[in-house]
Ligand binder design. Structure first.
Ligand SMILES: [Zn+2]
Length: 297
């Protein structure tokens, strides 16, 4: 019997994820996930998804669909940062071997011609994963895939090309097939390789993967979970006892430089967004997520 796979389309519903050039991360995450789901089914895998439409899943709802129930989970994302950063990243659990994530990154780079940033894992403290998708999904081997930077013009342009988009999806499918011992077959002539796309562009982007060794600094929202928040506001910055902007819900004030040790989630509140944060005693508060007032470190 073939092993089972679950595909997690990152974000969804009220959580649109990162964005760039008029595209929201949740749209591309769902699009590539649905494609991979259909193809893996066609290839004979037992495959499932965390969401098949544009709806919200909080962290607990998402991980409860995954934890300990599958051999492999692909969590599909696009990054965003400053418009200049670009390339592919894959992230594996501190409890896993890097091989699968490294293999997926290599395949993606060769299929799309995007630069490789890195395959890595990250911990909050010794042995504890930084990303909830690893921390809370148990024995399922979860790899977070950041296909590129949605706010980088070159990365974005590449993924607007349907052939490249499909080649990226296929590259990951082929990696999954190899991981779970399913025979991979390409979808006949439907997929051109990115090499031919690049050649048609007159470029040679596909030839040599370039390692851009920058720290992971994207704001694909899963990357802020677990980070420390501090106020960069000159005055006193309000924080709230519930998701609200109202005076009556103000719990206290932060001076510049002070903050909270753990960001748990970013949520839409009214026309803005707030971080749900936890203090060192485990109390939960809400504070603006605007980068004019707070920074994550
Ligand atoms: Zn994301």
């Amino acid at each position: 019997m073939s092993k089972t796979v679950i595909i997690d389309a990152g974000h969804g519903g009220a959580d649109s994820g990162a964005s760039g050039f008029g595209v929201q991360e949740k749209e591309w995450a769902l699009k590539i996930s649905l494609y991979q789901y259909e193809r893996l089914k066609e290839l004979g895998a037992q495959v499932y998804m965390t969401r098949q439409s544009d709806h919200s899943l909080n962290h607990m709802q998402r991980v409860s669909k995954i934890k300990d129930q599958y051999d492999v989970c692909l969590s599909n994302h696009w990054n965003a940062f400053n418009g200049a950063a670009r390339g592919v990243e894959t992230i594996y659990s501190v409890r896993a071997q890097p091989a699968f994530a490294e293999d997926l990154a290599r395949r993606l780079v060769s299929a799309t011609g995007l630069p490789l940033r890195r395959a890595f894992s990250r911990e909050i403290k010794k042995g504890v994963d930084y990303y909830f998708m690893h921390r809370l999904t148990g024995r399922t081997e979860t790899v977070i895939i950041e296909y590129g930077f949605i706010d980088n013009r070159e990365d974005h342009q590449l993924y607007l090309n349907e052939d490249v988009f499909t080649a990226a999806a296929e590259a990951v499918i082929e990696g999954v097939c190899s991981k779970v011992n399913i025979l991979y077959q390409s979808p006949a002539a439907r997929v051109k390789t990115a090499k031919s796309v690049n050649a048609a562009d007159g470029g040679d982007k596909g030839s040599t993967p370039v390692l851009i060794n920058q720290p992971h600094s994207g704001v694909c929202p899963d990357t802020y979970i677990g980070r420390r928040l501090r106020s960069v506001h000159e005055g006193k910055l309000r924080f709230y006892s519930k998701p609200s902007w109202q005076d009556k819900d103000v719990y206290g004030y932060l001076n510049k430089g002070l903050g909270f040790p753990v960001v748990m989630e970013k949520i839409p509140v009214g026309r803005g967004e707030q971080y749900k944060v936890r203090n060192s005693r485990g109390q939960i508060f809400y504070v603006t997520a605007s980068s004019r007032f707070v920074e994550l470190i």
